[in-house]
Write a protein that binds this ligand. Sequence first.
Ligand code: F6P
Length: 319
Amino acid sequence: MKKIAVLTSGGDSPGMNAAVRAAVRRAVYLGVHMYGVYHGYNGLIAGDIREMTLGSVGDIIHRGGTILYTARSEEFRTEAGQQKAAEQLRQNGIEGLIVIGGDGSFRGAQKLTKIGIPTIGVPGTIDNDIPCTDFTIGFDTALNTIVEAIDKIRDTATSHERTYIIEVMGRDAGDLALWAGLAAGAESIIIPEEEQDMDDIIERLHAGHRRGKKHSIIIVAEGVGSATSYAETIKERTGWETRVTVLGHIQRGGSPTAFDRMLASRMGAAAVDLLLEGKKDRMVGIQNNQIVDIDFDEALAQKHKLDTSIYQLARTLSI
Ligand code: F6P
């Protein structure tokens, strides 16, 4: 391969830029021309493709968001859109594509492979919900953002002796809520992967009160419902003052942590190597700190597994 391209797709995540940088620099190092596709699959359909150089990815390793922009493309879901996208790559003489994004973006990449464009996926999403990889790019940064926010909320929760219900992102996955809950010492963590028992949540709050602790932090993953409804139920059942914070898109921004920059650099470079080795229809992952690659079909047939031992530990430590 002499010409390959990279795009970012779906919800952005901190570290995507570091992955783009790594892919571009690895390709140039190996004597391959690297092209950036702007605005995700929408830009691919429209032919918004420009050659990238060593300089075009300078000064971005520390920046959140994605310099390539991103989109959730409706047109690319159609066969006509996929054919147009493949045609744009062919017209530009581009022989392979790296897609940085989540599982929806990987399904799009698979379609391209099926119509003749070799693709490799790099998992970039704050949700950490991609099977076959221990971590996705952006999860660690979002986690740190959440923990920092909870620490601040805890200050005021303590002063006012209130119960705070904090809603965090993650789509259908509870990883962000669970890891943040353990790291920030939440009293209860409500996630889609574990059955929620309102009696247990209330009893934990009462147990805290009995030993003189009048403030509490409860983390709710967005995948189980809204923090507001949990706050109402808790208020009804305890009579205590509650407050709700929905952290929202603040979780998607910010400078990537060193962990995410490392992960992105390793995965971005590995994606280029895989294409040049003639591999396609695969995603890059990290397992036990080793970079691995897995067939898209195999990966996407599985469901992401949350580490339930962390949930049990968090329950033990928040008695
Ligand atoms: O997948 C990343 C994510 O931030 C999810 O956690 C969240 O549910 C969703 O994207 C929000 O999407 P949007 O930015 O389109 O509102």
